[in-house]
Design a protein around this ligand. Structure first.
Ligand code: PLP
Length: 401
């Protein structure tokens, strides 16, 4: 009994109210994704929405040929509950493009579904976990709703700093969450040297590494993975949302059998498997040279748009993160004033604070530079508004100064 009380108290599940006795803690709004929802709460603007981190619909590969190829013949193969959950053709393609040879490689319904399912397997109430700061708001929400204690890790342009990882690991987290490239919101990406340093720091500890390559083929950086060195301790998720379309709802997930097998068993009591029709569409898109060219073209366009905005901002002394992938992280004097200034110019962007596990020394905006116009004058005009917004100081009344 005494051990049970201690365990409950250690995870903050009970509250001692002196002579009144000991009570189970009340939880308010247990799993409302507060941060995730607040990214969309920037003031609305009638002009251009750069708050979403969504791919440009005009740069996604066309689905027409793939859908025709998949649905043109008999659909008898789509009627069974008993087949392998992953199409052998898709698994072969995934394995041939994976940065290492994992024990298990399966599909889930998007990267966020993958994260939620791994967290369910690996993280328990009161466990410590480490993640990048700033990081993906939905991941912070997921971890908080699980009752985990999050240890923030500071980053630079090459991802998590090795000394920050070492400091976090001293606190014995069960899992470390990292994004090897196109990190959301900063666009940071591992270099081979940084990856080597992080692996060296990780090696003596037990923590599982959970990596999300959420941008996949539209990222320009190398596809590097901790899994190439710590295969038995790495879960890796690659989304096809940004490269091939969010509505495919497909991400690939790899990991050791002791994590992925129970995950898939649990999934049988839910969606069961990823629609084989959608899996087949992805197979077609991955093998079709036109789709391949379309994804490569998109990566180049996103990179040019991001580079153009970054260059225009830096020329005026506004600091912006490296921006691999769809987003750029821009330092501003005051988040709220900057959001309002941009909204007044018809430009919607995301506030920086929902991305912060704990407050950072400066304030930021996340701008989905991947959705910028290609026309140089239009882009320069938007960059000009961002420069003005970044410089606005907070007014005493909280309005725009
Ligand atoms: C870091 C990160 N992970 C996961 C996702 C969601 O990916 P999916 O559409 O595959 O669920 C996003 C979407 O923006 C993201 O930025």
């Amino acid at each position: 009994m005494s051990e049970a009380w201690q365990a409950l108290s250690a995870v903050g599940a009970i509250e001692s109210r002196g002579r009144a006795g000991t009570f189970i803690q009340e939880t308010s709004e247990p799993s409302r994704p507060v941060r995730y929802l607040s990214v969309g709460l920037a003031p609305s603007a009638s002009g251009i929405d750069l708050s979403t981190s969504m791919p440009d619909p005009l740069l996604l590969p066309s689905l027409r040929t793939a859908l025709e190829a998949v649905t043109g013949n008999s659909l008898a193969w789509t009627t069974s509950y008993l087949e392998d959950p992953v199409l052998p053709a898709l698994e072969a393609l995934l394995r041939s493009s994976w940065p290492y040879d994992p024990a298990r490689l399966v599909t889930v319904d998007g990267a966020l579904d993958g994260l939620a399912r791994v967290i369910e397997q690996v993280v328990g109430l009161g466990d410590r976990v480490a993640m990048e700061n700033p990081g993906f708001p939905a991941l912070i929400d997921l971890l908080e709703s699980r009752g985990a204690e999050i240890i923030p890790m500071a980053m630079d342009d090459s991802g998590v700093l090795p000394q920050e990882l070492a400091r976090a690991l001293e606190q014995d987290p069960v899992a470390v969450f990292m994004h090897p490239r196109a990190q959301n919101p900063t666009g940071a990406a591992f270099t081979p040297a940084r990856l080597g340093e992080l692996v060296k720091v990780l090696r003596p500890f037990r923590a599982i590494v959970i990596e999300t390559d959420h941008s996949g083929a539209i990222a320009e950086s190398e596809d590097l993975s901790v899994g190439s060195f710590l295969v038995d301790r790495t879960v890796r998720i690659r989304s096809y949302s940004k490269s091939h379309g969010p509505d495919l709802r497909i991400a690939a997930l790899s990991g050791p059998a002791h994590i992925v097998d129970p995950l898939m068993a649990r999934r049988m009591l839910g969606p069961g498997w990823t629609s084989r029709i959608l899996q087949s569409v992805l197979v077609q898109l991955l093998v079709d040279p036109h789709s391949q060219a379309s994804v490569a073209h998109a990566a180049g366009v996103y990179s040019r748009r991001t580079f153009a905005l970054k260059a225009a901002l830096e020329e005026k002394g506004v600091r912006a993160s490296p921006g691999d992938g769809l987003n750029i992280w821009v330092e501003v004097n005051d988040e709220r004033s900057a959001l309002l200034t941009l909204a007044a110019a018809g430009i919607r962007v995301a506030p920086g604070s929902p991305f912060m596990v704990e407050p950072l020394p400066a304030q930021f905006l996340r701008i989905t530079s991947g959705l910028l116009p290609d026309e140089p004058e239009e882009l320069a005009e938007i960059a000009g508004h961002v420069v003005v917004a970044a410089r606005v100081l907070p007014s005493a009344r909280g309005g725009i100064s």
